[in-house]
Design a protein around this ligand. Structure first.
Ligand SMILES: [Zn+2]
Length: 561
């Protein structure tokens, strides 16, 4: 990190000096910092599409015009599309070694809204990235880490966000333990700290926790983020369409969202039952709720080998998959058997695997769905020792191709399947910016759009050639056909060559607050109104009922049958 800080300061200082020396001359000669000439400008909010010239000044889009304009720097965009910078709402690796692959794929903002950062370290996380990133960055507050801290005593924070999960997931308290009331309050308090510090809502990987988390705990999480007006992003448990016996996580999340008026994201719902998830989201939006979903365009997922849902009781017995057909080692390319999985979990529990669970044809179907956003779910590379921002692509450890190819792949599949460009462009940017902006995140009210006055986050691509190149066996190859990327009015990629402009990226966050919103739950406050056990944070008392509902005659049907 230190080397990068020094490098970015050097770059910033050089820019400052050149700017000062040259300022009088340039102001007289040119109107804009950057002009982008003759591109096909696409704005998904206003549905504007036209060949025009775009002038960028002081980090903003200053004009969109068919008149000739001049600037200090000129980009010839003839034949290219000038689109809002791509927004990835689900990128777990927010480290220098990812930045070149991100800009090659057109991404100007990467957010981790699923795992997130440890609550009391959210502000520190942002400070570590400031001046250190060519693209915008942001993070949610991690449910998983609050549980790892309280239930496993995990405190080895190095990265403050997802890469630490590789260490903390060796423990099992965070996934399997139901907290006591006191522990539950501690978890909520840690999360409140992160929200107070400006984290973008809550990220919950409850799909990895299953029986460790009660419905009550999820409800309280959503109530907390809802008090701030912010979303919960959830890797929800259970997938509709595979199993009806377990908790149906999407309906759990959306019922809470409706009751609380709290925003929510269905993370990577490119799974069995996606049509139901999509319909639920669309119908709730029609009723005014700020809920949305994201996908990544691959039929295989990726996770750690010890993920609870890959245990034989769930993966084989309950969901009906065979390891031999579905679970592939990222590094060796070999498929696991029940036995080889068990052996490897002993040796290297969090070893990354590909999980094949959807037909290929479904991918195009997801891209056709209206209002869906993109979250690549890129995972930290393992091992990441010695990886620098300019480590050659082929020397990066292998990973799922969604890491590097998600956005270009959507544009390629849109082209190959006659999906309108406007629709695809909305998916790459506006569909995330709009709902985040709607909940008061100012940085997202001025991004995801190509309009005068908006922040100049701009991705320029060739609609005829743009393509992903990464595959399951080579997951770190850069996308092509995206020659220019601008972040906050600074060119961070020129002629497909990423530039070390570590001064360009900005923090995407809420303003820190003086006071939090956490109110400790007490046994009294629970048992007055709710159907919960006074014993622990999760259990209910079988046969008991919420007050007011036990009067005979209120639900005669229930009593009769
Ligand atoms: Zn996930």
């Amino acid at each position: 990190m230190n080397r990068l800080v020094t490098l970015s300061r050097l770059v910033a200082a050089t820019v400052l000096i050149c700017g000062l020396l040259a300022a009088p001359h340039y102001v007289a000669a040119e109107d804009y910092d950057i002009v982008i000439n003759n591109g096909r400008v696409i704005d998904p909010e206003t549905m504007f599409v036209a060949v025009a010239n775009v002038g960028v000044k002081d980090g903003l889009i200053a004009t969109i015009t068919d008149e000739k304009i001049t600037g200090k720097e000129t980009i010839n965009a003839k034949g290219l599309v000038v689109a809002p910078g791509f927004i990835d709402g689900h990128q777990h690796a927010i480290e220098p070694y990812v930045y070149r692959l991100m800009v090659r794929d057109g991404r100007t903002t990467i957010l981790d809204l699923e795992i997130g950062a440890f609550g009391p370290k959210v502000d520190e996380w942002y400070k570590n990235h400031e001046g250190n990133s060519p693209i915008n960055f942001g993070v949610a507050v991690a449910h998983e880490f609050a549980r790892a801290s309280v239930l496993d005593g995990f405190d080895e924070w190095k990265y403050l966000n997802t890469p630490d999960a590789i260490k903390s997931r060796v423990n099992s308290g965070w996934t399997k333990t139901r907290p006591s009331l006191e522990q539950g309050n501690d978890i909520l308090k840690l999360m409140d700290e992160g929200l107070r510090e400006g984290g973008i809502g809550i990220g919950s990987t409850v799909g990895y926790m299953r029986e460790g988390v009660s419905t009550r705990e999820i409800f309280e999480l959503q109530k907390l983020s809802g008090r701030y007006g912010r979303q919960i992003g959830m890797h929800f448990r259970g997938t509709p369409g595979t199993d009806v016996a377990e908790v149906n996580g999407i309906q759990e999340m959306l019922a809470n969202a409706a009751a609380l008026g709290a925003p929510a994201i269905a993370d990577h719902f490119n799974n069995p039952g996606y049509n139901l998830v999509h319909e639920l989201l669309v119908r709730m939006r029609e009723r005014g709720f700020n809920v949305w979903g994201e996908i990544y365009p691959y039929s295989a997922g990726s996770t750690a080998l010890n993920a609870v849902f890959l245990e034989p009781e769930i993966w084989v017995d309950s969901l009906g998959y065979r390891y031999e057909d579905t679970i592939q080692d990222v590094e060796t390319g070999e498929f696991y058997t029940e036995e080889s999985r068990r052996e490897m979990v002993e040796k290297q529990p969090t070893r990354p695997v590909l999980v094949f669970k959807m037909p290929k044809e479904a991918v195009v179907d997801w891209i056709r769905l209206p209002g869906v956003a993109l979250g690549s779910d890129g995972m930290p590379l393992i091992p990441d020792d010695g990886l620098e921002w300019d480590t050659p692509y082929k020397e990066l450890p292998n990973t799922h191709p969604r890491f590097s190819g998600t956005f270009a792949k959507v544009l390629r599949l849109a082209r190959e399947n006659s999906i309108p460009l406007m629709h695809a462009v909305a998916m790459t940017s506006y569909n995330y910016a709009k709902p985040l902006g709607r909940m008061g995140l100012k940085a997202m009210q001025v991004r995801g759009r190509i309009q005068k006055g908006m922040v100049a986050d701009i991705t320029i691509f060739d609609p005829e050639t743009v393509t992903d190149n990464s595959t399951y066996s080579e997951g770190t190859l850069p996308s092509t056909g995206i020659p220019f990327v601008i972040v906050n009015g600074i060119v961070v990629m020129k002629d497909s060559e990423p530039l070390p402009r570590f001064d360009a990226g900005q923090a995407i966050r809420f303003e820190p607050r003086e006071e939090g919103e956490f109110e400790p739950l007490s046994i009294e406050s629970w048992s007055e109104t709710f159907y919960v056990s006074p014993v622990d944070f999760g259990g209910g008392v079988p046969g008991s009922q919420p007050s007011g509902m036990d009067a005979p005659g209120i639900y005669p049907d229930l009593h009769d049958h």
